[in-house]
Design a binder for this molecule. Structure first.
Ligand code: COA
Length: 390
């Protein structure tokens, strides 16, 4: 029987530090009224010291795993969608893999702007359907506050930090992810980007002076694109299922701007009661916004068994996508009172194992035969080559 992917765990993490529009009024030429009327945003969360994309992703992942009842060792694949990764490389997903001791999991990042979570969910779904994975952790995580020009009132008011995660599991039960739709148009790449710090414009004094390491955006163009594509991709995923907008129980769009959401809902003919909105309290958390909104919808009782939930994203690239899910009640592991303590102990054990692996790696380098003292075995290789040469 065909396998389908079911969301069996979910969790999110928001930093505790709140930055309100009033706080922004004190440092920028802006007003609470302007921000609220143009974007619907009242406040956003900002990562504090010690918080970053990997740490928030790890927390969201731990919460999602606890809901699923799965052991981190059951996860075959971890995908982190982010445009504010911990490093250019290695992937943030690898850091999460280590932090939660998902020792059997492959791990990589997806960069698809604010559509990243939809892209990652689609890849995860395909990995499960193809038999390549049985359980996948899909995370959207961002620390955009560290990529914002806090002197640019056109961009810094919009974004916030946070992370959301889901655990996908393959089962032969019907429902779960029913259809996916992805798209991209690279001709709009410069409409929303961080120009410097990559291969085209490496970091240097000049790029720093020109503030090119911060997010730059053509707000009006992005707005026009967003309204159009949000409605289009929602329709596209429904068409694959031969369903109609009226069949949607809840639309969870990327949370960028309340005006974008309402304009798209109007164009779809979908009442706002069936559209999830969290932008007011979180701002635009890019790839993290959809999983955070999904968790909040579940916590608020806005998703019931049998509901058709459509998640739709759009963002830098330009990229877009939508995923349609029939919400089901795939039996979760039996809730146990001691589960929280078990997970805590499990992560402590994982962290010891990670330290052990680091130590063994250092010992291996120190004890490796080498004459140059760096233990890289170069001399051994050279000797071996010389032996082979006639
Ligand atoms: N406070 C006060 N005034 C501001 C301001 C702020 N934070 N930001 C811009 N303004 C000013 C502009 O300088 C401009 O003034 P001017 O007419 O004297 O030049 C005026 O407000 C209008 O600017 P404009 O950029 O036309 O505003 P807008 O109505 O398009 O709203 C956005 C700006 C950014 C809110 C809107 O374009 C938008 O939401 N775009 C989509 C952004 C987005 O969602 N990006 C992420 C996608 S994943």
């Amino acid at each position: 029987m065909a396998v389908s992917s079911h969301i069996v765990g979910w969790g999110y993490y928001l930093p505790s530090r709140r930055l309100s529009n009033k706080d922004l009024e004190e440092r920028l030429e802006t007003t609470d009224e302007w921000i609220r009327t143009r974007t619907g945003i009242s406040e956003r969360r900002i990562a504090g010291e010690g918080e970053s994309t990997a740490s928030m992703a790890g927390e969201a992942a731990k919460r999602a795993l606890q809901v699923s009842g799965l052991d981190p060792g059951d996860i075959d694949l971890i995908i982190v969608a982010t445009i504010s990764p911990e490093y250019i490389f290695p992937a943030t997903a690898c850091l999460v893999q280590d932090a939660i001791d998902a020792h059997a999991a492959a791990a990589f990042d997806v960069s698809a702007g604010c559509s990243g979570f939809i892209y990652a969910l689609t890849i995860a779904d395909q990995a499960i359907r193809s038999g390549g994975a049985r359980a996948v952790l899909v995370i959207g995580a961002e620390t955009l506050s560290r990529f914002l020009d806090w002197e640019d009132r056109r961009t810094c008011i919009l974004f916030g930090d946070g992370a959301g995660a889901v655990v996908l599991r393959g089962t032969e039960l019907p429902g779960g992810i029913l259809a996916t739709h992805l798209g991209a148009d690279g001709s709009g790449a410069e409409l929303l980007c961080v120009p410097a710090g990559g291969a085209r414009l490496p970091a240097g004094q000049e790029t720093l002076d020109k503030r090119q390491h911060y997010i730059q955006m053509d707000g009006r163009e992005v707005y026009r694109f967003a309204v159009k594509i949000l409605a289009q991709s929602t329709r596209a995923v429904l068409t694959k299922l031969d369903l109609d907008v009226k069949d949607i129980s809840l639309l969870i769009p990327h949370q960028a701007n309340a005006r974008i959401t309402s304009a798209a809902a109007l164009s779809l003919g979908l009442p706002l009661e069936r559209v999830m909105e969290t932008v007011q309290w979180c701002g635009n958390t890019s790839a993290a916004s959809i999983p955070i909104a999904l968790c909040q919808a579940l916590a608020g009782g806005r998703v019931k068994v049998g509901d058709l939930v459509v998640m739709a994203g759009f963002g830098a690239g330009l990229t877009w996508g939508a995923v349609a899910v029939r919400w089901d009640d795939v039996p979760l592991a039996a809730p146990r009172r001691w589960r929280r303590y078990w997970y805590r102990a499990r992560y402590r054990w994982g962290s010891l194992r990670s330290r052990g692996r680091r130590l063994l790696r250092r010992l291996a380098i120190l004890t490796e035969p080498s004459s140059n003292g760096h233990g890289n075995g170069a001399t051994e290789t050279q000797r071996h080559r010389e032996k082979q040469e006639p």
